[in-house]
Design a protein around this ligand. Structure first.
Ligand code: C2O
Ligand code: CU
Ligand code: CU
Length: 447
């Protein structure tokens, strides 16, 4: 074995054949005052990605991915989860501040044919979060088969950014998969212990995607829903992207960038000014020039928008400098030999404890190995944290907002300030899903 890490399968560029569809907003079952009720059915189904061929898939309330659940800040939400699959699953609310019992980690198994109801109150700011399965050792395959949905949290601040769903506010879920010769998604056939990558790009579950938009300001909300692949997004025509939000909500100010990295589980929201673009098509690409999404610009729109000076005001963390580092996590290993602090995940072991609402400073280190190592997107449940430093330096402006996933390069260390507003048992792990499944995961009890 002379190959190192990151044996990434070459991604084929989009041929621009199919218009991207946006997940439908989920209609509530009922609304009682401030309390809204939804149902999510976890299902298997079939999708015709290729003419005359049915591909077997998984999805929420449909054959693939899921609807978008749109909730308001301060709303009380009940979700009835119904497992119609023939296997166990869980539904995890990635990025949501929610009690440990409702978080949908590996302990909250829903058996085939069973139901589970969870209730939470939305107490965090406007953001795009997501939900996906989290069963022990089976997360990668279930996500790969199609399970992932979006959760929008809406608040007043969000009104200052284009926010009309499907009109000027477009979620884009980036995933890569490999279809077998018989047009199926056979996870076990393509699985890679260092993270499964595919040759076929899907955006919102559409292969060979394209998008047609009028000349207007648009907001693109990217979710990297891939098992392992990182994308480096830019427009071939050098149209600038103004980043307005990260995982957990709006940045304080817009950050203009030509190229943006998005690692698994991260969300990046940008605004793009298409009003004055001269080209008929602008092309979103990966850093090697792979075409991800051609955007055809056609016609005028009534939408008008001016960039606000301040998008958000985040609490200052000045005195955090004087905090001791209370928890250290060392990310190590490769393939199926991956550890956190030298250990693999044990559902019966509590690795850390923290007091509810108490701010702590953690240090997360990605330990270099003989082969150099690889980048790990490190994620923590039940919290939105802030990055204080990366290798002792203040992070770039686009990383200064709320985060639930931080990408750490080999040999690098990130310091974060984190508090858990709710109680319970929460997971933290590498969001390369195969690493998570192989045990690059620990748990913290918040009491
Ligand atoms: Cu998005 Cu523990 O996961
Ligand atoms: Cu999560
Ligand atoms: Cu990893």
């Amino acid at each position: 074995m002379d190959h190192g890490h990151e044996e990434v399968v070459q991604l084929n560029g989009s041929k621009g054949l199919n218009e991207v569809a946006f997940p439908k907003p989920l209609s509530p079952d009922k609304i009682e005052g401030n309390h809204v009720y939804y149902t999510i059915r976890i299902q298997s189904g079939q999708v015709t990605f290729f003419e005359n061929h049915e591909t077997k898939t998984y999805g929420y309330n449909g054959p693939l991915l899921g609807p978008t659940i749109i909730v308001q800040k301060r709303q009380k939400v009940t979700v009835q989860l119904i497992n119609e699959l023939e296997e166990e699953t869980t539904v995890h609310w990635h990025g949501l501040i929610i009690g440990g019992e409702e978080d949908g980690g590996p302990h909250q198994v829903i058996k085939p044919g069973e139901e589970q109801a969870i209730t939470f109150t939305v107490e965090q700011e406007g953001a795009m979060l997501w939900f996906h399965p989290h069963p022990l050792h089976e997360t990668s395959r279930q996500v790969y088969n199609g399970l992932a949905g979006l959760l929008y949290i809406v608040d007043e601040k969000q009104q200052a950014i284009p926010h009309t769903y499907g009109v000027d506010d477009f979620p884009l879920i980036l995933q890569d998969k490999t279809f077998t010769d018989d047009f199926q998604l056979d996870y076990n056939q393509v699985k890679d212990d260092d993270g499964t990558t595919g040759n076929t790009l899907l955006i919102n579950g559409v292969i060979n995607p394209k998008l047609t938009l009028p000349h207007q300001w648009i907001r693109l909300r990217f979710l990297n829903g891939s098992n392992m692949r990182t994308y480096q997004l830019s427009f071939k025509q050098k149209v600038p992207m103004g980043q307005v939000a990260s995982d957990g909500g709006l940045l304080e100010n817009i950050v203009w960038q030509d190229s943006i990295q998005i690692t698994p589980a991260e969300r990046i929201e940008v605004v793009v000014d298409l009003t004055h673009v001269r080209q008929a098509t602008v092309e979103l690409q990966d850093d090697d020039g792979t075409l991800l999404l051609p955007i055809k610009i056609e016609g005028k729109s009534q939408q008008d928008w001016t960039i606000p000076h301040v998008l958000n005001v985040l609490p200052k963390l000045e005195d955090v400098e004087s905090f001791p580092i209370s928890k250290k996590i060392r990310i190590e290993g490769m393939a199926n030999d991956v550890t956190l602090n030298g250990l693999t995940y044990d559902p019966d072991r509590i690795d850390f404890k923290q007091k509810q609402n108490e701010l702590e400073v953690w240090e997360i280190e990605n330990v270099m190995d003989d082969m150099g190592g690889m980048k790990h997107p490190f994620h923590i449940h039940g919290a939105q944290f802030k990055i204080i430093s990366i290798d002792e330096e203040i992070p770039p402006a686009y990383l200064l907002g709320y985060k639930d996933t931080v990408s750490i390069e080999p040999g690098s260390k990130a310091k974060i300030a984190i508090k858990f507003p709710k109680k319970g048992l929460y997971m933290y792990h590498c969001h390369i899903l195969e690493h998570e499944d192989s045990g690059m995961m620990g748990q913290i009890l918040v009491e």
